[in-house]
Design a protein around this ligand. Structure first.
Ligand code: NAD
Ligand code: UDX
Length: 480
């Protein structure tokens, strides 16, 4: 029986290994982590992450061929294939702080593999890492090898949160990079055989190591670039009377452009896009390519501009002050169908509103009050976060309340900001909400999910990203 061990039981390690286990009953899969609470949660009825379809998959194979354990060293020693799926956040200190990937967790995992291994291993980079990381990992492993043969593969993960299980069941492609040596090619075939249990062979792409590592960063940069491009257009739409949804539809019909990932929004969030583009920027700078670095940096700058533009729109529409006014925030997660708040645009928007002394009442179906308080107090890097979106001070956090109902959040509010596209926000009783709000009542739709015409009939003043502006909004001072 082939044994797989995955180091890191997070948003990637957990779902990917659960899907390998359910699709490959003859393979034993153990997911290990240094965090005991996380492993306990994976072994409980309440999994540590919310992901549609995940519960069913885990419950179908947990205890059969899928296990979660904190006994990292034992399972690493026993495995034939080791996936490393630890977090690779942006460095916060030292060389490259604010841009470079922090490979501390990766390096410590690699050193532990070298320490405990007694048989040959295939080590798979599942985490997103800078190009050439495999070379560094190879050095750590081979310098401590005790005669053991290690093959390093790059197998980046392309799942998106909220659709992880569907993405894993039917990936557009699986990418495997390896050394162009006989040993490297053999390792590629071994990993390919795992995915071949459910992924058609033509969708399994094999490349050299560096192409696989770079393709992951490139894919995220291209995806984020589409959003920043359409968000940049949304500002121009508001200035000219064009409608960004019509523009997106019209350009997306061009088969060379395609219709996906053209939804204008309050800005992209998530643990990957910003981190991976910053990482790409740093790699370009280190390779003497400042022009290329600046090109990609602009994708993040437009994203920051979009968030601060949204805050400015809210404040300027409400007579240039939100001080003491209750503002309801619907949605805090970075997208629907996840409880993940990493880099959520809601963090910056709430910080901006709190900076202007609003009373903010937040409702998200999947995010806890403690998480929201932590996020709002978290330090950010100055260079990529405009001053007025800076973290909230402990004193100002008293202006925040977190409630478990959209009607409670909006009661007596002056304005509603929709920051996550949860389906339930489309179906709210907006007449009831309007009746219980201060007047004039505003809706600022950061995800273009509500029917603005219907809300206007009720009496709301509505702002939708990139759409023709209500007369009220047009008359207010220009938003920069
Ligand atoms: P995560 O923070 O949810 O999980 C990482 C886990 O690794 C944590 O539970 C942590 O305790 C554990 N860990 C860290 N060091 C360890 C060690 N030495 N030994 C054992 N466990 C250790 O992170 P994630 O969102 O799953 O992301 C993991 C990687 O996958 C990152 O490189 C990320 O960029 C990449 N990725 C993420 C996504 C996504 O949607 N979240 C998608 C594709 C790729
Ligand atoms: C992303 C990549 O899509 C995935 O392939 C990679 O493996 C990890 O990073 P994720 O961050 O989970 O996945 O979600 P994604 O669906 O890409 O959305 C990222 C952000 O962009 C969200 O805040 C989302 O709301 C926003 N977005 C997405 C838009 O604003 N407009 C769009 O058209 C699409």
């Amino acid at each position: 029986m082939v044994k797989i061990c995955c180091i890191g039981a997070g948003y990637v390690g957990g779902p990917t290994m659960a899907v390998i286990a359910i699709k490959c009953p003859a393979i034993e899969v153990v997911v290990v982590d240094i965090s005991k609470p996380r492993i306990d949660a994976w072994n409980s009825d309440t999994l540590p992450i919310y992901e549609p379809g995940l519960d069913e998959v885990v419950k179908a194979c947990r205890g059969k061929n899928l296990f979660f354990s904190t006994d990292v060293e034992k399972h690493v020693a026993e495995a034939d294939i080791i996936f490393v799926s630890v977090n690779t956040p942006t460095k916060t200190r030292g060389l490259g702080a604010g841009k470079a990937a922090d490979l501390t967790y990766w390096e410590s995992a690699a050193r532990m593999i070298a320490d405990v291994s007694k048989s040959d291993k295939i080590v798979v980079e599942k985490s997103t890492v800078p190009v050439k990381t495999a070379e560094a990992i190879e050095k750590i492993l081979t310098h401590n090898s005790k005669g053991i043969n290690y093959q390093i593969l790059s197998n980046p993960e392309f799942l998106a949160e909220g659709t992880a299980i569907d993405d894993l069941f039917k990936p557009d492609r699986v990418l495997i990079g390896g050394r162009e040596t006989p040993g490297g090619q053999k390792a590629i075939q071994a990993l390919k055989a795992v995915y071949a249990h459910w992924v058609p062979e033509e969708n399994i792409i094999t490349t050299n190591l560096w192409s696989a590592e770079l393709s992951k960063l490139a894919a995220n940069a291209f995806l984020a670039q589409r959003i920043s491009s359409v968000n940049a257009m949304s500002a121009l739409c508001e200035a000219t009377g064009a409608d960004v949804s019509e523009v997106s539809y019209a350009i997306g019909k061009d088969s060379r452009i395609g219709p996906k990932f053209l939804n204008a929004s309050v800005g992209f969030g998530g643990s990957c896009f910003q981190k991976d583009i910053l990482n790409l920027v740093y790699i370009c700078e280190c390779n003497g390519l400042p022009e290329v670095a600046n090109y990609w940096k602009q994708v993040i700058k437009i994203n920051d501009y979009q968030k601060s533009r949204f805050v400015n729109r809210v404040v300027s529409s409400m007579f240039n002050t939100v001080s003491g006014k209750k503002v309801a925030v619907l949605g805090f997660a970075f997208k629907k169908d996840t409880g993940d708040t990493r880099e959520a645009p809601a963090i910056d928007v709430c910080n901006g509103l709190l900076g202007d002394k609003a009373q903010v009442s937040i409702y998200d179906p999947q995010v806890t009050g403690e998480q929201i308080q932590r996020d709002l107090a978290m330090n950010k890097f100055d260079w990529d976060h405009p001053m007025h979106l800076q973290p909230t001070s402990p004193a100002a956090l008293k202006q925040v309340s977190v409630v478990w109902d959209a009607y409670e959040a909006t009661k007596d509010a002056h304005a509603v900001c929709i920051l996550t596209e949860w389906e339930e926000f489309k179906k709210l009783d907006y007449q009831k909400i309007f009746d219980n709000m201060q007047k004039p009542a505003f809706v600022f739709d950061g995800r273009n999910v509500v029917d603005a015409a219907k809300l206007r009939e009720i009496g709301f003043i509505v702002y939708s990203i990139g759409k023709p502006l209500d007369a009220w909004l047009k008359d207010m001072p220009a938003v920069a």
